[in-house]
Each structure stands twice: as C-alpha cells, then as structure tokens.
Design a protein around this ligand. Sequence first.
Ligand code: HPA
Ligand code: ZN
Length: 337
Amino acid sequence: MTAAPDFITRLPKAELHLHIEGSLEPELMFALAKRNRVAIPFDSVEAVRAAYSFSNLQDFLDIYYAGADVLRVEQDFYDLADAYFARAAADGVAHAEIFFDPQTHTDRGIPFQVVADGLLSAMHAAETRHGVSSKLILCFLRHLDEDAAFATLKAADPWLDRIAGVGLDSSELGHPPEKFARVFAAAGELGLKRVAHAGEEGPPDYVWQALDLLKIDRLDHGNRSLEDPALVRRLAESGMTLTVCPLSNLKLCVVDNLTNHPLDQMLAQGLRATVNSDDPAYFGGYVADNYRAVAAARGLGKAELAQLARNSFTGSFLDEAEKAAHLVRLDAYVAAN
Ligand code: HPA
Ligand code: ZN
C-alpha cells in the first residue's frame, strides 16, 4: 500500500547514523565564522552549497573537515547539536544516536571537554525541549593511527558514563578495521558499544573484519556486503543492524542513481536495514528526506517504511523496555495512518 505524503514525516523513528559535524548548515557555518573571527574560503552561503559536489568519500571529507574549523568554543558545539535536534524532532525522530569526531577538534587545539560538554548540554536540552532522547558515540578517525585512537579513548575517560559507544569513520580505503582491533577491544572492556563504518567504499572483507576483529554491535553503511552471499547470511542470521544512508550513497557515488539503491533488496534478504542521514547539511536532506527520496525511487510502501522505522528502534542502544515503548507508539501510528 502506498503511504500518504506526510506519513513519513510523522512516522516515529530513531536516527542511528548521524555525524554531528555533518549537520553544520552553511548558514551556521557563516554565523560561527563571524562570531569566532575565523576566515572561510567562501563569500556566501550559496557559494558553500555550490561547492558540495563530490565524486567520492575523500572529496567530501576534505570539505567536511575544513568546515568544522569554525567550531571553537563550547557554545558552538551546543548550537550545532541544538539545530540538529530541532530538525530531527520536526522529522519524527524520537531518539538519535549521534557520532562525533573528537580528533577533528583536539588536533586543532580544542580540548575534548569543550566538544563533549557542548554536545551533552544540547542533548540534555533536546530531551526537555523536543522530547527527543539521544546517545553519544565517539568515532575514531581511521586515517590516523592506533596510538592516536588510544589517546582519544584516554581523553574520553571522565565522560565515559555519558558516552554509549565507539565508532570508526573517515577514509575507508587503505584503512581496514584490523588497524583498530586493539583499541576496540579496550573500548569493549570499558563496557562501550562498538560500531564501525564498513563496506561504504571498502570491500566485503572490511565488513568481515569489523564483525570478527572489532566485534561490532552495529554496522554503518555495509552496502558492499551484498557482494558476498556468505556475509549476507552471517549478517542476517546474527540480526545485525545496518545503518543505511541513501542520500549520502547518492552524493558520494556509492550508487549511481537512487533507483538502483539496494535498500529494499537488503530487507528482502533478511538484513535489518535502517534509514539515516549521515551528514545532512552536506548531502541535501535530513532523515525524513532520506525516507522520502528512497521510497519514491524504489516504490516503497507503508509496510516497508514501517519495517525500516521498527528496525531503527530495535537496532538502537536503548534498553529493552524503552525499545518496547517506542514500538508500541510506532504500531499505533501505523495502524492509525
Ligand atoms: N563515511 C566515513 N566517514 C565519514 C562519513 C561517511 O559517510 N561521514 C562523516 N565521516
Ligand atoms: Zn557516516
């Protein structure tokens, strides 16, 4: 059955793959550049948007790390996350698990505390202001080395009661998960959840490594898993959640056209796929835009959309009672709409 146009916007959902630095809209980038007296190589918001044309992941990362330079003080990180939560709430997001890249900031001399406290304050405010709950996931930059990842984990120590897990992002090719096996083991010992970007540009072997060496609880992207039937079986049988990002896949040329996006093929093969926005300020849409775009391109109906939203709650790091409460609300919404 086809869903009503606003069915997607109000559909209760969790967002599980969102880089908070990737939610920096050009308007806020300009405002922060002015506030902090930071020079940026653009003279208008339109010029920034015009520069957002990428042919691969690295193209994007170069501009994404440059954009993050306007983030300097705690209030900047608060404003960044505050703006994201307002957008997420308007998109029916009831719960968000957000990534942050501390090394992007500590390498510029911004203390870990400035980043973490700004984000955590905005997460707290989102709960009261929008009724959106959230969790924080610390990502290691995989183009940096293992020692740097260990130093970041150590810097995070005073905040570990407020950090749900660790992740792995940045340039995938040439930086296989095995490079971070020991730091992920240490994070596991600390009781942190583990997730990793794998199979976005990297081969299926990187997904096997993320499973077997990093012992991930959730797989970010994972598109290229479909090239390996044994891997698809492993992911399906273990109930692994995949955080899929359709507009990101389009903008970074992981797919040539959304009409060829494998999302429904993933569901049909028993994979617990979810829909997420990744870096919404750079890829042209927040989470509901991602649902709408892929639903239109692939002809997804109400049952598939409801399944994707269901997967977003079951694949979250909420406890079982919280998941059950979200699923009751989701079922009631789907029955009534
Ligand atoms: N892939 C890898 N690293 C990233 C991404 C992504 O899609 N977004 C932000 N950092
Ligand atoms: Zn990502």
